[in-house]
Design a protein around this ligand. Structure first.
Ligand code: ADP
Ligand code: MG
Length: 838
């Protein structure tokens, strides 16, 4: 079979079954055993076991058995939670694994890299990660970076094998899995995949999703440490105080351990991980892939969005609209083919000749399509010409040329197209004519069209010159292409503006085109455009001054994006930057949040980015910002809740010691609460929708802390209120029911219901009535489950005995209800107070 036509789909599937997927065995599979080990190391688990041992020592078998039951519940819950975030991460990893362009059934298709098999024909282009070991059949200017394998970061030049070569391929005729194409294009045949590739043999692996620490995580870590220390000391004081004052060491130890169980701030890191992890998972459903999980939360603070014009703001579906030759122009629309005068044929003819035949670039594809339609049947389509050489686009010259030989001619024909300035330059035109063309370019560009100049040359000498300037070019005309703004972009940009986020457009296109598109998209353009050339002349201070009101950056080279990112950062902005090319990688890394395009983007850009937009759409970037704000707001609510919920527990543990009462809370009660608190903060608050007005407020200041004074005040106020009602419940319960157990019954029931009220009060901090509240299914389930459990504990004799409750009389129930309502009202009032103070 011919290596050059690739495989058929059935053949590829058969080989995949035979050889296995093209992936490396994962480094450290965290299996079920490892997870279990993690659960067993949980402090909560250890405390439970210790308490169970004490109960056994006290001879209380029933209590010990109940604790054992709770141990199982805790293990299962931890296990499920960990499994869930792990599964979410693995799904993300799959999505972010590299894809490869291969020929299947004679057509180029993009497939996940792990489905490649030996014999596949792979097409490589600048920016690709080589997906498997490949023998090169064709290569043009191909250089690759093999540093992953060799440690040598200098790119190496590769060559194709000659068609009749029967020797084994040499190293410079092969590309190895994991290396990076830094320049050029190539086609090659896969010779080794997965563990059989050079990379697989050395056992290296490509890390894909990082979970490095953000400031917020460090802050949480510090606070957890402090709280744990404080909690441990309070517990110790309680245990000692109890033991010394009453001479009962075992009960003292039990009280201390119970308190430790209750105030261990272990929820906080769990909350953070779950919020960010689930946030990433939610975003994946919106076609946004998170490569660095903490970026989710930082997005909410974004103040500047730097986005590409082509493909991000526009659809990247181009169409040739107008041709211009010698002062006359022609509008391409739905007319008959002979509506176009012959005078316009050459400009299209040479535009087609200067493009790739199998074009990936949408602009070249549009030119090819226009050629097929308008030149059909004419002598201007040259399917039988052969390509002799080509001169690619470069950063110095925005023009490309291709050199052709026709079957009957001895001379070579050169076709060039590119930015009009560059083409005019290549043609060495007199000033008057340059002026004339420039005016026409400005007119076309003002309609938002992308304008290209087209030129031709005849070349008779033997050796081709090294640069395009050495040809004797003759100007042919202009081609103007339309690339409409995406339909949802103006609305998304208006949303950004309302949310206090600046949107800056960066493009390699002409200033007038850039301005026109910016206007259509709804960007602010009073500052005028800033061109790449001008950018180079500005020093840092002058640039900072220009950045104050400039939103449109044109004729910018990818390398200049880095300077823009740095300049924005220097102003104190939080910058999100989009990019797709190889040269965008430094800017993507330098931005706070680098965003790569999944469809168009190269592997290099994807690897440098924090987020990947799978559908390349600006709208999903705004969605992501909305999520970022939501995650931050919900985290604050969850933390307030955790803070407030712990206060009454500490109070209930300490009060008996101080007041000489019997122990109120026992391990069973704490566990009951833990079953409410843990799922409540991680599930209910995570699922809470964005507050109605949140996208009408400026971004939070970058230095804003998660735990600030307002949050701590609110949490303390709510917690103290809750503690007061619970203590009142104990005293009134004792009075009403005439026993300590009656006091415990009321105190505990009020505490549980108060927790529900606390969740409800903190679910939304926005003014009521601003918008209908979204339903939160998780909260409903928790209310229902808690209600049932509480009813069991109050109503069923055996369960009540385990909790050391007295029989619940109507008077006690009424008392419970009244106090629960009071605590809920207090929590709601504190939220309102906080809002008014702001
Ligand atoms: P953008 O930022 O809009 O994606 P590019 O950096 O891709 O712009 O292109 C910048 C300019 O380079 C274009 O306006 C055009 O003049 C020129 N150019 C880009 N691609 C080609 C091409 N394939 N052939 C000729 N000129 C091109
Ligand atoms: Mg482009």
């Amino acid at each position: 079979m011919d290596k050059r036509s690739g495989l058929s789909t059935p053949e590829a599937e058969a080989r995949l079954r035979r050889d296995g997927p093209n992936e490396l065995p994962a480094a450290a599979q965290s299996g079920a055993a490892l997870l279990l080990w993690e659960v067993l190391r949980e402090p909560m688990f250890l405390l439970l076991v210790a308490c169970g041992a004490i109960y056994l020592a006290l001879g209380d078998r029933n209590e010990a058995l109940m604790l054992l039951g709770f141990v199982l519940v805790v293990i299962v819950m931890t296990f499920v939670q960990k499994r869930r975030s792990q599964a979410a991460l693995e799904a993300l990893r799959d999505l972010s694994s590299p894809r490869a362009l291969v020929m299947r059934d004679g057509k180029p298709v993009r497939v996940p890299g792990k489905t490649l098999v030996a014999g596949d024909l792979v097409l490589l282009a600048e920016g690709d990660r080589v997906p498997a070991d490949i023998e090169l059949l064709e290569a043009s200017y191909l250089t690759v970076d093999e540093s992953l394998l060799t440690g040598e970061s200098q790119p190496v030049l590769k060559q194709a094998r000659a068609a009749n070569d029967t020797e084994a391929a040499t190293a410079d005729q092969r590309c190895y899995s994991g290396s990076l194409v830094t320049q050029g294009t190539a086609q090659g045949c896969v010779v080794a995949t997965g563990p059989r590739s050079a990379l697989g043999r050395i056992g290296a692996s490509l890390g894909s999703i990082a979970m490095d620490e953000t400031p917020i995580q460090r802050e949480t870590g510090r606070i957890v440490q402090r709280l744990a220390l404080a909690g441990a000391s309070i517990a110790l004081v309680l245990a000692l105080g109890w033991a010394l004052s009453r001479g009962d060491w075992l009960t003292g130890l039990l009280a201390g351990l119970t308190l430790a169980m209750a105030i261990l701030p272990e929820e906080l890191p769990v909350v953070l991980t779950i919020f960010l992890g689930l946030g990433a998972w939610r975003l994946a459903r919106e076609q946004v892939l998170t490569r660095r999980i903490p970026a989710v939360e930082l997005l909410g603070a974004t103040t500047v969005l730097c986005v590409d014009k082509t493909g991000t703001l526009t659809r990247n579906q181009m169409e040739v609209r107008r041709l211009w030759v010698d002062g006359a122009s022609f509008e391409l629309a739905d007319q008959a083919v002979d509506a176009m005068a012959h005078a316009f044929h050459p400009v299209l003819e040479y535009a087609v000749l200067s493009s790739h035949r199998r074009a990936f670039d949408p602009m070249e594809a549009a030119i090819g399509a226009a050629g097929q339609r308008w030149l059909q049947g004419s002598e201007h389509l040259h399917a039988d010409w052969t390509l002799v050489s080509d001169y690619p686009l470069s950063r110095e010259l925005l023009a490309m040329s291709r050199v052709w030989r026709s079957p009957d001619q001895r001379e070579l024909l050169v076709a060039a197209k590119g930015a009009p300035e560059a083409i005019v330059d290549l043609c060495h035109l007199p000033a008057s004519q340059r002026q004339h063309i420039a005016e026409q370019v400005a007119a076309l560009a003002a309609d938002g069209l992308r304008v290209l100049g087209v030129a031709r040359a005849v070349f008779a000498a033997k050796a081709l010159p090294p640069i395009q300037h050495d040809f004797d070019f003759e100007f042919v005309g202009l081609v103007a292409l339309e690339d409409p703004v995406r339909a949802d972009v103006p609305a998304a940009i208006a949303e950004c503006r309302a949310a206090g986020i600046r949107v800056a457009m960066i493009t390699g296109d002409h200033p007038a085109t850039a301005l026109a598109i910016a206007r259509q998209a709804g960007l602010q353009v009073q500052g005028g455009p800033l061109s790449g050339t001008e950018l180079d002349t500005l020093d840092d201070a002058a640039l900072a001054e220009r950045l104050r009101d400039t939103q449109v950056f044109c004729r910018v080279r990818p390398e200049q994006k880095l300077r823009l990112v740095q300049a924005f950062r220097a102003r104190g902005d939080v910058v999100a930057m989009t990019g797709d090319g190889v040269n965008d990688a430094p800017a993507l890394k330098a931005a706070h949040i680098g965003v790569a395009m999944g469809g168009r983007g190269t592997d290099v850009a994807r690897e440098a980015a924090d987020l990947v937009l799978l559908n390349d759409d600006f709208g999903s970037l705004v969605t992501t910002i909305r999520y970022g704000r939501r995650v931050f707001a919900n985290l604050r609510k969850a933390i307030t809740f955790v803070l407030a919920a712990h206060l009454p527990i500490i109070g209930l543990a300490l009060a008996p010691l101080l007041m000489g009462w019997p122990l109120i809370l026992m391990p069973a009660h704490i566990l009951f609460l833990q079953l409410v608190i843990d799922p409540a903060c991680s599930i209910v608050f995570e699922a809470e929708a964005l507050e109605p007005g949140a996208m009408h407020q400026p971004p939070r200041p970058p230095q804003a802390r998660l735990f600030d004074a307002a949050l701590v005040q609110l949490g303390l106020a709510q917690g103290v209120g809750l503690l007061a009602t619970v203590l009142a419940g104990y005293l009134l319960g004792v009075q009403q029911g005439g026993s300590d157990d009656a006091g415990r019954t009321v105190a505990f029931a009020v505490l549980v219901l108060g927790n529900l009220g606390l969740i409800q009060a903190n679910r939304s901090w926005a003014a009521r009535g601003a918008a209908p509240r979204a339903v939160n299914a998780a909260f409903r389930w928790i209310v229902l489950g808690t209600g049932v459990l509480l009813a069991l504990a109050l109503g069923v004799g055996q369960v009540a005995a385990l909790f050391k409750f007295s029989a619940a009389s109507a008077a006690l129930l009424a008392l419970i209800a009244a106090l629960a309502v009071a605590s809920w009202a207090w929590c709601t009032a504190t939220v309102r107070l906080l809002r008014q103070r702001r």
